[in-house]
Design a protein around this ligand. Structure first.
Ligand code: IVH
Length: 691
């Protein structure tokens, strides 16, 4: 490596960059596509570092598709919205095999004497994206969005190992590869375990986690989540952009996916050409049973007419093509006996009854527990002790109780009774009028609620004290060091060093050493710079989310004005409803909450809103915003208007100065603006005004 670390000229650097790129690309390809390691991890890392180093020194030579982009690096403020060149259609879908038979018969009828076949493949349960390749280079990755416009997630897509950045062999000059980004089960579980250890809420299922990952603004974070891309479609504008690609390879869907494999895409091998409904049915039946043995989730089977030239002949319905259909699997169900019902106390005091059942294998995992939601649910299902519960698992990883097998009930079985007192602190439970759930009112004395509030306070969107995860917080609470959020600011190094906690199994769960203690204290100190709106959110006032906290903070400007506001004044704030206004008012009537604010203020936290205004060029003009914009999300453009001294209104009236119209604006708004003579401006006009 040292041989190359001192280049005399750019040409030599360019040559070495080329060599390294080619080698690393090849090793990656063999590793991810063929499960084959051609070099040691050590050698591989060394080459990657050398390439990173060269690209750092010669930025002009760094390609956007360099293998170094696999680890991420680009951080964006928001996703650009992009219009799809070809709309991303959805598929007609059905749970009924009869409807698949009808689809097959209709297709045959429409095609008459023409010879054709079908392809059957898996319906991946993930997030649809489209990848544009020009001259063999990945140039853009876009989510499906609403089918017409999606988010540009190119930087994140580049981190997905099974998305080729440069293609191999022959390929069309210009085409779009479509497929689904999935989170493989094993990676998903490992990722969720880590989240729980960090005190973050786990994702409900791999699909949500995949979707959340693609929407991360920091592509390095996305790179850590081992996502996979399963290609299922190649969109080629055949006459103009096939390039050197032989036409016959593009003439069938099956051929296109085979060709895509040669180009370096990960195409799942479970695709079959089927000649008739019998073969289609066989494919469906096989995968209905086998699907749980796959490393990722599927929710059905997709059947397509294989011959591409027939697609135009069959045409489209309103939203989906007539040459394809999806068969969706029904959720799997089993029944298993109820062993006990326990009651969990959530962070907000809400009680959740949980069914503990005899472990049973369902949809790829062992199920032991399922929520019984609330007292109404138990009553509606008429659940008795020892009942056999019907449990179902659909696309979700979380099992659901959907019924009771009454035939198996013992004659003397008694109905399940609900508890009257909190299982954690013994307080009498309360059920608010009109609400289905019971909750424990002992906010300041009930351990899970106290720890829950601490967790919320330190969370990323609140005070962002990352080094304090749930286990450490619980430890601090149990040792009596922290009983409310203000205590965090009194913590001393000596109190922290050497703290340890053990789980029920006797294993050490967490311990704090010298370095950990320093990290915690530094993070707590840093949190004093967190702006007022987030401090307000961190207090965890019921119904006051991130947006509400921001609105309150900027409306009242400081905590004193907010604490002294009347219910009416609070309810006048945008996005604050009567219910929230009443809760905020009551919150600050409690002396202990005012004390808490005082202690936090003394600790140095911010309780005054900082001016966000950039300038006043819009001079108080009122805008109504509608449609989709290319440079901003709708919330961003609204914030932009306010930061430049404009006002934003929800509907058009005589007081509206401009209608700021994006793509796909609502027709009603347009009509009204025309009627009232409100000038209609586009995104570019708007930018012209502020600049
Ligand atoms: S083909 C015009 N094939 O299912 C046909 N879609 O409504 C385009 N999906 O969100 C779709 N696996 O992302 C096709 N093997 C597969 C698929 C698949 C999953 C998704 C697709 C879309 C939905 C269809």
């Amino acid at each position: 490596m040292d041989l190359f670390s001192n280049f005399e000229d750019t040409d030599t650097a360019a040559k070495r960059i080329g060599e390294l790129t080619e080698l690393i690309d090849r090793y990656n390809y063999e590793y991810y596509m063929n499960d084959r390691s051609l070099v040691s991890d050590f050698e591989f890392d060394k080459m990657l570092r050398e390439l990173q180093d060269l690209e750092g020194r010669y930025p002009a030579l760094a390609s956007p598709n360099s293998p170094t982009k696999r680890v991420g690096g680009e951080v964006s403020k928001a996703f650009r919205q992009v219009k799809h060149r070809f709309p991303m259609l959805s598929l007609g879908n059905t749970y009924s095999i009869e409807e698949i038979e009808e689809f097959e018969a209709r297709t045959r009828r429409l095609l008459g004497d023409t010879k054709f076949s079908y392809t059957c493949e898996l319906k991946y349960d993930g997030v649809a994206i489209g990848l544009t390749y020009r001259h063999g280079e990945l140039v853009q990755a876009v989510t499906r969005g609403n089918g017409a416009v999606g988010d540009d997630i190119t930087a994140n897509a580049r981190t997905i190992a099974t998305i080729p950045l440069r293609l191999r062999g022959v390929f069309p000059d210009d085409f779009e590869a479509r497929g689904e980004v999935v989170f493989p089960f094993n990676e998903f579980e490992a990722f969720n375990r880590q989240r729980e250890a960090d005190g973050d809420e786990p994702f409900a299922n791999p699909r949500n986690a995949a979707s959340g990952s693609l929407k991360l603004l920091d592509s390095r974070e996305c790179a850590k989540r081992k996502l996979q891309f399963c290609m299922y479609f190649m969109m080629v504008d055949s006459d103009t952009s096939a390039g050197e690609m032989p036409a016959d390879q593009l003439s069938t869907h099956y051929g296109r996916l085979e060709a895509a494999k040669q180009m370096g895409f990960k195409v799942q091998p479970y695709i079959k050409e089927c000649k008739d409904i019998g073969e289609i049915r066989q494919f469906i039946d096989y995968w209905d049973n086998e699907r749980w043995n796959l490393p990722f989730g599927i929710d059905g089977i997709v059947i397509k007419v294989n011959q591409v030239e027939l697609w135009d002949r069959l045409g489209l319905t309103a939203k989906s093509p007539r040459w394809a259909i999806a068969y969706k699997f029904k959720a799997q169900q089993v029944s298993t006996p109820l062993e006990s019902v326990t009651f969990q106390v959530g962070r907000t005091g809400i009680i959740t009854p949980v069914a503990n059942m005899k472990p049973v294998w369902l949809g790829g995992t062992t199920v032991r527990r399922a929520t019984l939601v609330n007292a109404d649910f138990i009553e509606k299902m008429d659940i008795h002790e020892g009942d056999w519960l019907l449990v179902e698992k659909g696309g979700e990883i979380i099992p659901k109780v959907v019924g009771v097998d009454v035939a198996k009930r013992e004659a003397d079985a008694r109905p399940v009774t609900y508890i009257a007192n909190c299982p954690e602190c013994g307080a009498r439970l309360v059920r608010a009028e009109g609400e289905a759930g019971h909750y424990c009112p002992n906010q300041d004395g009930c351990p899970p609620q106290i720890v829950g509030r601490l967790e919320h306070f330190v969370s990323r969107k609140a005070m962002n004290i990352e080094s304090l995860g749930s286990e450490r917080l619980e430890l601090l609470y149990r040792r009596g060091l922290v009983r409310d959020v203000a205590d965090l600011y009194d913590l001393k190094r000596e109190q922290l060093v050497g703290l340890e906690s053990y789980g029920d199994d006797g294993q050490r769960r967490t311990s704090i050493q010298e370095k950990g203690a320093a990290g915690i204290l530094a993070a707590i100190d840093d949190s004093k710079a967190v702006p007022f709106e987030r401090v307000l959110f961190a207090l965890g006032i019921r119904f006051v989310g991130e947006v509400g906290a921001r609105k309150l903070a900027f409306h009242f400007k400081d905590i004193d004005a907010l604490m002294d506001a009347t219910v009416e004044e609070l309810a006048m704030v945008e996005d604050i409803g009567d219910k929230t206004a009443a809760v905020v008012y009551d919150y600050f009537r409690e002396p202990r909450h005012r004390d808490l604010v005082e202690r936090l203020r003394e600790a140095g936290l911010r309780f005054v809103a900082e001016e966000q205004q950039v300038n006043d060029v819009l001079g108080g003009k009122t805008f109504v915003v509608s449609g989709v914009f290319s440079r901003f999300s709708r919330d961003e453009i609204k914030a932009h208007i306010q930061q430049h001294g404009g006002k934003v209104a929800g509907s058009i009236s005589g007081k509206t100065d401009y209608l700021l119209a994006g793509d796909k604006m609502g027709p009603e708004k347009l009509k009204k603006a025309e009627k009232l003579g409100v000038p209609i401006i586009g995104e570019e006009d708007y930018l012209g005004m502020v600049e």
